[in-house]
Structures are given as C-alpha cells and as structure tokens.
Write a protein that binds this ligand. Structure first.
Ligand code: DGT
Ligand code: MG
Ligand code: MG
Length: 268
C-alpha cells in the first residue's frame, strides 16, 4: 500500500527499547489503595483475601508472559522480572509496562468475586507501573531484597500500630506517637510483652510477602493409543514434564533461596 502523506507522523514516536542484557523489572502498584482498602473494609493491617487475589493476578500474568522468571509482591504492589535476554515486545518498555499492568488490573476485577464472596467491588481500581533495568545479578537481588525489607518494615510497624489501636484503645495519633523513633527490637518487644504475640508466629504471607517462580513438575497422563498392526486400543500411562508457577512466602534476602533455585539467575 502506498504511504499516505500523513505517515511521517510516525517519526514522532520515541524509541523506548530496554538496554540489551539487563534484567527488566516491571513494578505495578495500586493507585490510592489507602482509600481503596478503607472503602472495601479490608482487614487491618493485612487482608488475606486481597493478598490472595493479588497473588492470583500475578500467577495469571506469569502464565501469559512466560519470560517472567520471578515475581515478588506484598501490600498493593508486584514486581515482575523478565529474563535478561527476553525479546518480548522487542524489549519496548511502554509495551511491556502497559500489557503487564492492564492484564493485572483486569484480572483483579475479573477475579474479585472469587476472593470476596458477596462483597461488592465499589469502583474500578487502577495500578501504576514502571520499568527499571538492572545490569547485574547483584543489583537484581538487591532490588528484590529492598522490596522484601520494605514489606518487613511496614508489616512490623502496621502490626504494632493496629494492635495499639484495636486492643489498647489508642487513637491513631497516640499509636503513631508511641511508635515514633522505635527500633525493630522495640516493636518485637512491644508485641510480645503487651499483646503476647511472637512476631515470628505471624503468617509468612504477611511477614515475607509472596515469591512466584517456575518449577518443573512431572505429571502422569493416561493416553489411549491404537497400535499400527491391529485395531486394538491400548491405554498407556505417559510421564511428561510441565512448568508450573509456584507461590512461596520465604526469605529471598539471604543466599538460601538462590542456592536452592540457581536456574532463576543462572543462564536464563
Ligand atoms: P499511591 O500508591 O501513591 O497511589 O498511594 P497508596 O495509598 O496506594 O499508597 P501505598 O502504595 O504506598 O500503600 C499501600 C496502601 O494500601 C497502604 O495505605 C495500606 C493499604 N493496603 C494495602 N494492602 C492492604 C491490606 O491488606 N489491608 C489494609 N487494611 N490496607 C492495605
Ligand atoms: Mg499504592
Ligand atoms: Mg504500595
């Protein structure tokens, strides 16, 4: 087809290819989830239904974009890591970003009723999204450690805060003042001495967030085969390998996880 005289406008589009060889991290975050969690009466500090809904969306995103090798999420955010040499969307940042965030958001709405039976979704939620590139494995591990450390800091603070409000009848202002300037050890001590809570007994979903990655599993399938020589139909059991997404709530700051799963950062 002949070019139209208007086609020159394409030159105005900017190139946004991600640098080669870098890890591509796509992070989504709920827009104004402070209000969203209030409007939907989320449990404080953690609403298990919402976290499980977020995890189901992340799992769906991973199965749609199979070059995502690991994802990490907590609160209203999720980070998706594309393998270093992905050619998905020719590595165009805007394509990667918009596809991931829109897929996640539509999934959130689509799956809402499965996780909140009988609770109405009051308005359509939105998520922001950014792309960040990391050139080295250490940079990527530090990025993921940063997000998990953030989950820990927020969860410890929020657990103390809501205990003071819900069980000690503090106002939110008083709880804030009580916690100002305290260290982790002070907060652990407060939970233990005042509320008889051992922080380590709080579910790992809340303390550690969620890590999603691929794992090979063997599955047995039963197949009906007709032999060439005769018309006899035989039933055979065949073993085949399949990749599935695994969800864990484990530490990814230390070395143990990475030693257990060298294929994630390895030659992928
Ligand atoms: P943003 O991201 O700048 O648009 O603003 P927010 O309000 O989304 O702020 P952000 O992302 O820094 O913090 C997440 C907010 O969502 C925070 O106020 C706590 C709330 N939130 C997330 N998950 C839960 C939950 O499971 N339960 C409750 N009660 N609140 C939650
Ligand atoms: Mg947010
Ligand atoms: Mg957030």
């Amino acid at each position: 087809m002949a070019n139209s005289k208007y086609e020159y406008v394409k030159q105005f589009e900017s190139q946004d290819k991600c640098l080669p060889n870098c890890w591509i991290v796509v992070r989504i975050d709920g827009r104004n989830f402070h209000k969203f969690s209030d409007e939907h009466n989320f449990e404080k500090p953690n609403d298990e239904g919402c976290l499980r809904l977020m995890n189901s969306c992340a799992e769906y995103v991973m199965t749609e974009f199979r070059d995502i090798i690991i994802a990490y999420g907590d609160s209203d955010e999720y980070s998706f890591v594309f393998r270093r040499n992905t050619t998905q969307f020719s590595r165009r940042a805007s394509k990667l970003m918009t596809n991931i965030v829109s897929q996640f958001a539509s999934c959130f709405v689509f799956n809402w009723s499965k996780f909140f039976r009988g609770k109405e979704l009051k308005y359509p939620p939105a998520f922001d999204c950014r792309v960040v590139l990391y050139p080295t494995n250490q940079n990527l591990r530090d990025y993921l450690s940063w997000r998990q450390a953030d989950c820990h800091i927020n969860n410890l603070y929020n657990t103390c805060f809501w205990m003071l409000v819900q069980r000690d009848n503090c106002t939110t202002k008083e709880a804030e003042e009580r916690l100002r300037g305290t260290f982790s050890s002070d907060k652990n001590e407060l939970l233990f001495s005042k509320f008889d809570i051992n922080y380590n007994d709080i579910p790992p979903l809340f303390r550690k967030g969620s890590v999603l990655f691929w794992q090979k599993v063997e599955e047995k399938i039963v197949k009906q085969c007709r032999s060439k020589e005769s018309d006899v139909v035989e039933t055979r059991e065949i073993t085949r390998q399949r990749n599935i997404v695994i969800t864990q709530h484990v530490d990814i700051i230390g070395d143990e996880f990475w030693k257990l799963h060298p294929e994630i950062l390895g030659d992928s």
